[in-house]
Structures are given as C-alpha cells and as structure tokens.
Design a protein around this ligand. Structure first.
Ligand code: G4P
Length: 530
C-alpha cells in the first residue's frame, strides 16, 4: 500500500452537532484528552465569556470562540488521524455552522438526556440527511436526572425520522446512575459518582450474570436492567452497518462527558464504525479519495481579523490525493493556475503551517479575494467541478439602506463582498433592481457583524430595518411557473436573488403549506443550489 493510501485510510473527519449546552465542547475536550492533544481538559476554547458588548468586529470574533482558531482539531488516536470539525453554534448560529457539515464524512449528535431533541439539533440534522452521512448519537449527562431512555429513543425516531440502535444502555440516572450495559459484549461498566469535584470516575466491569452484579448495582436496578434488555432485544432495530453508512440508522450511546464516563468506549466504537474519507460527486462523475491527484473544495471563507490587509482565509476540504505546500493547482472557477502558499492547519488555539496534508484533511489558505464558497481546486493538469454547496435558508431578514446616498458604490461593493464570503445572503425586491437590498442571515449576530464591517472596512453607515419574515423558499421549478401569478397568502412576499432566481418569504410556517396547496405544480425548497 502506498504511503498516500495509508495516510488517507487512517483519516476520520467528522463534525459534532448539538444544541447549545448539550455538551459538545466537553465531549470534544475529552476526545482530545484521549488523543493526548491537550493535557488538561478545558483548554479547547475560552467559551462562555461575558455577554458580548457590541460592536467591535474583533471582539465579536474573539467571542465567537472563534472559527479561525478552532475550525478543525486534528489529533492521532490508536492509529487513526482524527479531524474534528468545529460547528460554531452558540448564540451566533450561522451559515458556517451548516457549511461545515459539507466537509464532514460523519456526524456525532450530542443530546442532553434531560432535554431530548432540541431546535438546533433538528436544523443541523436536516443538513446531515441531505448528505446521507452516518450519524452517531451520544446521549449525554446521564449523571444528572434524565428522561426515560426508551422515550428518548422514540423522540429521536419520531422528531428526526431516523431509526436508532442502542449500542449501550443506561442503568438508572442522576444520583442513581449505576453505569451502562454494553449490548455487544454483554458487560456492565459501573459508574461511581465523582466525589470532591474530581472529574474522572472509577468504574468496574462485570459480565451480565456475574453474581457481583446484584451487589454492585442493587437488586432493583438489576431487575430493571433485565427487563430493559428483554425489551431492547425484542423491539429495537438490529445493528446493520449498511444502514449506518447510509445515515438511515444511528448507533446510540449513553454516557456522561463531564465525568468522562462512556467517552472512550464511544470513541472506540465510533472510530470502528465511521468511515474513512468518502468520495465526492462532481458535476459529471465521482472523485475517489485514493486517487493520487490532489483535489479540494472551498467550504468556508473567513474574513481575517487583520483589518489593515483585509485578507481572508479560505478553508478547503481535501477530497483526494496529497497536498504539498507551494504546489501549483488549478482553481477551476477562477479559470487559472495558482500556487497554494502558506497553508495552515488549526490545532486548538494554534495555527501551524502545514507542509503536507491528505484527503480528509482541512487546510486554510490565504485568499486574496479570489475564492467563493463551493469552488474546486484540483491538480494543475485537470479540470472538473465538485457539486455546489447548497444555500441554506436564512431565518432573519432586514432591509438595508446606506445613510449617505453618495456612498452607493462602496455600499454595494461591501455588501457583495461580505455576501461572497457567505456570511449573509442578499436579495432584491421582485420587481426592482438593487435600489433596496434585503439581507437574510441564519443567526442575528450576523446583522451586527454586517453593520460593523460596512462602517469599519467600507466606510459606509447603514440603517437596518428588520422584517417580520422567518421562512424562505426557493422556487425549484422556476421555468415551469409564473412567479408573479402565484396564489399567495397575506404574509407572503416575492423576492429574487442576485442571479434573478425567484424566492418567497413568509411570516408563518403554515403559509408555506398553504401556498403549495393553492398552487399545484409549484415546487418549493428549503435549500437553494448555487
Ligand atoms: P456545548 O459546547 O454543547 O454548548 O456544551 P458544554 O460542553 O459547554 O457544556 C454545557 C454545560 O454542561 C457545562 O456546564 C458543562 O460542564 C455541562 N456538562 C457537559 N457534559 C456534562 C455531563 O455529562 N454531565 C453534567 N452534569 N454536566 C455536563 P456549565 O456549568 O455551563 O459550564 P462550566 O462552567 O462547567 O464549563
């Protein structure tokens, strides 16, 4: 096996998705701890700093955690080279959060056992479905009062529409959390509550049927476990690797990230079941990761904090082959050959220059303003385009005007460049041109960032008027319908994007269904295609 093949084979690139506070950061820290990448858990990022005092761009950046410093965490563990993609997703839930999932080969969904499936998990999950990537569930915080595990499994299945297959099963919860039962090995790992703030808990492993078990977990919990096992064996889905690979069955694990209980088992099972770098579709075929020639696509563009240079970093996911610093590549959409100098990789707080990287890895390259989201980079003698990255539905809209009408040009330039980075989406009124701009964002913080950056980088003061719309739909079959004649609802507004694609805005979600009903043949979509 060539060295390149070997390197690619050991890569595992995944994203962790969750609703804020479910424990994503804590779990990531524990993973890094196992990889020896950090010595002390708690150093992934300075999270949860004080509420943000608007509106210093750099402050916002810092507070965000921040995408530049923690875009991807790479570490080695038991022969694997692991890339964890950070999905920024606290108060600043943004398009970047979605796009990051475009670069992942699988996802770990962290769920708070007392809360179940929450709003942001649902949104991120939909993107995973779009990609058909394997999804693993980690039900966290079992050391606290939790909901009934059967009920949690049911909720995942009904709300998210994915079947689950528990790999282990909890015994009790909260003060009475006794441990977990591994359904494959038929062994129980016991949990002893942490004392005196100590973070790691002691545990013992015993087989089901071992006479010690009664004594270790108590008669009642033993009885309950036996009942649960019977129910599970009879009623839950059987493990089927093919279904897992297609994202149709989610292996589920119970544990407690904070006390580091069940994390290592999870990591081991997960690494076994998840996939090495997946092939990617191009407009006319598929690119195999083990193909020797380098190829990559841009999934995220980050405006740099260095205002003086106004430079940006383009993050690329390597799809195939090996990357070497300084290599000449073909930037397909730009229509020219470029040299990728000073590529960077992020590790926790540090950036480092990389000399080589392989399919599955993420690199950040200096972008003098030539890249757009979704661009393809490939070996200099090749030319093909990876399928575009979908445009995700913004949920907040505002009309934006520049205050000084003389600064029209700077205004348009600023808004367009920021939109090119993918931080905002811009739209126009359906019947007019660019006189008025409607901006759509996924997270409200983006409005602040926009206002701040226009003022500081483009010297344009703007006025933002928030609009009541929350739902946007792309008209998929625009060639077949006359958008002006769509039978609308009173809360519907027609707009178009910069490429003249028609879209509809709604205040209420039920209006979407109503309009579909009133206009047979009209096809609406939550995702746009570039
Ligand atoms: P997030 O990245 O998904 O937003 O969640 P994060 O890991 O920051 O965890 C949110 C809170 O939940 C933190 O508490 C964290 O310590 C706690 N937590 C995470 N996993 C577990 C668990 O398994 N059991 C229990 N009991 N708590 C857990 P915090 O008080 O908000 O922050 P901190 O001061 O402890 O950092």
């Amino acid at each position: 096996m060539s060295n390149i093949t070997e390197e690619i084979k050991k890569r595992r690139t995944f994203a962790i998705i969750s609703h804020p506070d479910a424990g994503k950061t804590t779990l990531t820290e524990k993973f890094l701890l196992y990889g020896g990448a950090i010595n002390l858990a708690g150093s992934v990022k300075g999270k949860k700093t004080a509420k943000h005092a608007v509106s210093d761009w750099m402050e916002i950046e810092k507070e965000r955690g921040i995408s530049v410093t923690s875009s991807v965490l790479q570490f080695n563990y038991e022969g694997y080279c692991i890339n964890i993609l950070d999905t920024p997703g606290h108060q600043d839930f943004s398009e970047d959060t979605y796009r990051t999932l475009m670069a992942a080969d699988s996802a770990v969904m962290v769920i708070d056992a007392s809360k179940g499936v929450e709003a942001q998990t649902i949104k991120l999950f939909k993107v995973c479905l779009l990609r058909n990537i394997p999804i693993f569930t980690f039900i966290n915080k079992m050391d606290r009062e939790a909901r009934d595990p059967f009920e949690l499994m049911d909720e995942i299945e009904t709300v998210l529409g994915i079947r689950t297959c528990p790999v282990n099963w909890p015994i009790g919860c909260g003060k009475n959390f006794k441990g977990v039962y591994d359904r494959q090995t038929r062994k129980i790992t016991t949990f002893t509550a942490a004392m005196n703030g100590q973070k790691e808990v002691e545990s013992t492993e015993v087989e089901l049927g071992d006479p010690q078990l009664n004594w270790l977990i108590g008669n009642d919990y033993h009885g309950q476990l036996m009942e649960d096992i019977e129910l599970l064996d009879g009623a839950s889905d059987e493990f089927d690797m093919d279904l897992v690979s297609q994202g149709k069955l989610s292996p589920a694990f119970f544990g407690s990230a904070l006390t580091n209980f069940g994390v290592e088992t999870f990591l081991e099972h997960f690494l076994n079941m998840t996939t090495s770098p997946l092939p990617r579709r191009t407009v006319d075929g598929v690119i195999d990761p083990f193909k020797e020639d380098f190829s990559a696509f841009v999934f995220k563009i980050q405006a740099n904090m260095n205002k003086a240079h106004r430079d940006r970093i383009a993050f690329m996911r390597i799809v195939s082959g090996k990357f070497e610093a300084g290599m000449e590549v073909n930037h397909v959409q730009g229509g020219r050959k470029i040299r990728l100098n000073q590529p960077q990789q992020m590790m926790a707080q540090d950036r480092k220059i990389v000399e080589e990287a392989y399919a599955g890895d993420i690199i950040g390259v200096f972008d003098p303003g030539i890249f757009s989201i979704g661009d393809t980079i490939c070996a200099s003698n090749e030319k093909f385009e990876f399928e575009g990255i979908p445009t995700f539905a913004p949920e907040h809209f505002a009309r934006v005007r520049q205050i000084d009408t003389m600064k029209r040009k700077q205004f348009i330039k600023g808004v367009s460049q920021i939109a090119q980075e993918g931080a905002i989406q811009i739209f126009q009124e359906f019947n007019t041109g660019m006189e008025e701009i409607i901006v759509g964002v996924v997270g409200v913080l983006q409005f602040e960032v926009l206002t701040y950056r226009l003022e500081n980088e483009y010297n344009v003061e703007v006025k933002l008027e928030k609009l009541p719309y929350e739902y946007i739909r792309w008209v998929e079959n625009k060639e077949e319908v006359d958008v002006a004649k769509i039978q609308g609802t009173s809360d519907m507004k027609r707009i178009k994007d910069l490429k003249d694609n028609p879209l509809l805005l709604f205040v209420n979600s039920w209006s979407v269904g109503m309009v579909e009903e009133r206009n047979p043949g009209l096809k609406l979509s939550e995702f746009g295609r570039n």
